[in-house]
Design a protein. Sequence first.
Length: 348
Amino acid sequence: MRYYLIFLLSFFLISCQEEITLELQQVDIKLVVEGYIEPGYPPYVILTKNQGYFDQINTNTYNELFVNNVDSINVWYFDESGLKVNKPLELLDPQISEEFIGEEIPLYTIEPSELIDVITNPGNYDFSKEELTYYLEIKWENQLITAQTFIPKSTPLDCLWVEKSETDERAYKCDIRAIYSDPANQQNNILIKSKRLEHYSFSEDSCKSKNNEDQILRLVDSGSDILINGQTFETYFPRPSKNGNFPTGKYNSSHYRECSNGDTLLREKDVVLIKFCQIDEPSMKFWRGLVRQGGTNGNPFAEPANLVSNINGGLGIWTGYSPVYYKVPIVIDTTIFGEYNPEIGDIF
């Protein structure tokens, strides 16, 4: 009798199942803007399209996301007399963009003749200046996408130095630490990026090392000075993660490695580029949101959050950087006071 009741109950539950089909709302296609401008260098913009969460992903998805058919892109500011100073952007040759950022992707920037002057004389492009507001306008498929950003005044670090990591037992693993004196009585919004100009991988079988430098700058952190306004404090810059997680990595000083044939090889030190920026508040909210998303990546209990965009009619970010660059060789007890003058390829 008991088994008979169980059979009837199972039959009832199975027979009462109803197939549910969800009518998912179609995603509106929007332009996704990744645009930057900083003093002494030309503005540049990378454009993609958004994609629905449940859209199919195949081998062509990556290339199809990029946009290379805009009608026009213009960047401008107003000078002291109120006159509009405009700079049209055009699509860069993909081979040149690969040289700068390591990939053949559509990159919009100034015309090639101007770009050559910037390459030969970096840091002296007078269109981009501190303490000015820059406007962005994109015309694409009968849409008008606009944004604006302000380039603040830069503030340098007091100094940086390299020390042995306290959280890694390996003697060659190091941290970059710094002291920063925050200017009082003004709001400062800080953005920090870094990349390894030199980073040597090691092969035990061939007993050789190879420089696998980072192609692009990666986000370390971003935030406001609301808690440290006017203070001098010590901080550190961990190595960013390639997969977008919260940065916790270490850097390598030079050290010997043993090969499979019994020989030893000197693995050279990392050389790191630090980009320490001031940005405006709308940009800070975007980048801070990106840092927080990286910190909760993979956490099933994390609350989802949308990134705050300053793009009108689209998605993404248009950021004015006011950076100070530092080139840091990973040698324990090395202290850096002087700034580094980057080549144009370093700013990406």
